[in-house]
Design a protein around this ligand. Structure first.
Ligand code: HEC
Ligand code: HEC
Length: 350
């Protein structure tokens, strides 16, 4: 059994966001007997960006986070949990909705992204507005189109449930339920959601081989897509304008909403493509239902505009040239990024 070292007496991360939802310099010490959660991922994955010194991942912390992730009482009317919009069999996105539906079926403006490999990202959300995973859940909890609640409301509901008192005690040593503890437990659970067991990974590890169309698809992908969808996570995490029309229904100009810089108009964070077979509909507003439609967009419907990414207007050609056969190969390759064990792993289920 692993005994946690008490390294976080001082120097606990201060969260600007958290300062108004809870006492921000609370020292979180897991119980001596709480076991550290063993995270494993392949050596070709990037470094973990998540700071475990400010929020050590422990078995009981993860278990609490899992309960909270599926807890409807995080929403105003007790009906909408994180798991309502982030469904495991869709790699924690929502297959049925283009943009999200929250309390009272209120419509948001964006397509829920998958939750996987969060431990390795530097920025979260389609526009990168969040830099620290511990802060992310404040947005859905308080957004009126999502859960429409508040941290004091959540704390008061959870505090009246003896089951939660016990879970908080097991994770943090006492029954005290604070906003910071709620948020940190949610991120502990999300940090454990690592998807690294696709056919692509097994091929990389020399355990399996690609079929011929998958291999041809990978070559095409490397030529045409991997400048943006790069590395083990299939994203370089940059913000790019891919020549998609501005959706006047949602008025979402992407990164521009964060920076108010005209150069960021309609730039969105390059999404990961892991498990993309399960995460339809696609794009920030869920405008495409199939991978074929995504590839037809790249080949035929990219719109020129002053911010259009240079990769998508090479030699005066707008978009990415691909014939039907090449698209089929690329899709065959994309399907090798599917991780069945991830979407069916009981550790992540309700
Ligand atoms: C009503 C649907 C809905 C609910 C409920 C919801 N989310 Fe989300 N989630 C979204 C949408 C939509 C986005 C993208 C938002 C954006 O880009 O502005 C998102 C983004 C995220 C991200 C960022 C992923 C990435 O790749 O950057 C994380 C993490 C996340 N949600 C976790 C949670 C947690 C934890 C909860 C519960 C506290 C939760 N969500 C509740 C719809 C929802
Ligand atoms: C210039 C950078 C760039 C290139 C090159 C590029 N993409 Fe993308 N891709 C993006 C961005 C940015 C988005 C998100 C756009 C949005 O939602 O507005 C995206 C979205 C996607 C999505 C939707 C994923 C989801 O979860 O919604 C798929 C699938 C995809 N790209 C596949 C490809 C393939 C296949 C290629 C090569 C043929 C390719 N991309 C080339 C930047 C790029």
């Amino acid at each position: 059994m692993f005994t946690m070292i008490k390294i976080f007496k001082t120097g606990v991360l201060l969260f600007s966001f958290l300062s108004f939802v809870s006492c921000s310099d609370e020292v979180i010490e897991p119980l001596e007997k709480d076991e550290i959660y063993n995270l494993s991922f392949p050596s070709y994955f990037p470094e973990m960006t998540f700071d475990t010194s400010g929020n050590p991942i422990t078995k009981n912390g993860v278990e609490l986070g899992r309960k909270l992730f599926y807890e409807g009482r995080l929403s105003r009317n007790n009906t909408i949990s994180c798991g309502f919009c982030h469904i495991q069999e869709n790699a924690f996105t929502h297959h049925g909705h283009t943009v999200s539906h929250g309390v009272d079926d209120r419509i948001g403006i964006r397509n829920a992204p998958p939750i996987q490999n969060m431990a390795f990202l530097k920025r979260y959300m389609w526009d990168g507005v969040i830099h620290n995973l511990n802060e992310q859940p404040i947005i859905p909890i308080t957004n009126e189109d999502e859960m429409d609640s508040s941290m004091p409301e959540v704390i008061s509901k959870l505090s009246s449930d003896s089951k939660y008192k016990k879970l908080f005690k097991e994770a943090y040593g006492d029954e005290n339920i604070t906003g910071e503890r709620v948020l940190k437990a949610l991120s502990q659970f999300m940090i454990t959601m690592i998807s690294a067991d696709s056919k692509y990974d097994r091929v990389k590890l020399g355990k399996e081989n690609f079929l011929s169309d998958e291999a041809q698809g990978m070559n095409l992908f490397q030529q045409k897509c991997s400048s943006c969808h790069s590395g083990a996570l299939f994203t370089d995490e940059s913000f790019r304008n891919t020549g998609m029309y501005y959706n006047t229904q949602f008025k979402d100009a992407g990164r521009y909403r964060v920076t108010l810089d005209q150069n960021d108009w309609m730039k969105f964070r390059v999404p990961t493509l892991r498990n993309v077979e399960y995460t339809a509909p696609y794009m920030h507003d869920g405008r495409f239902y199939t991978l074929e439609a995504v590839l037809n967009f790249y080949s035929d419907n990219v719109e020129d505009n002053p911010n259009l990414d240079p990769q998508l207007k090479q030699n005066g050609h707008i978009g990415i040239a691909m014939n039907t056969q090449e698209k089929q190969f690329i899709i065959a390759f994309l399907k090798t990024l599917s991780d069945k064990n991830f979407i069916s792993n009981p550790k992540f289920a309700e």
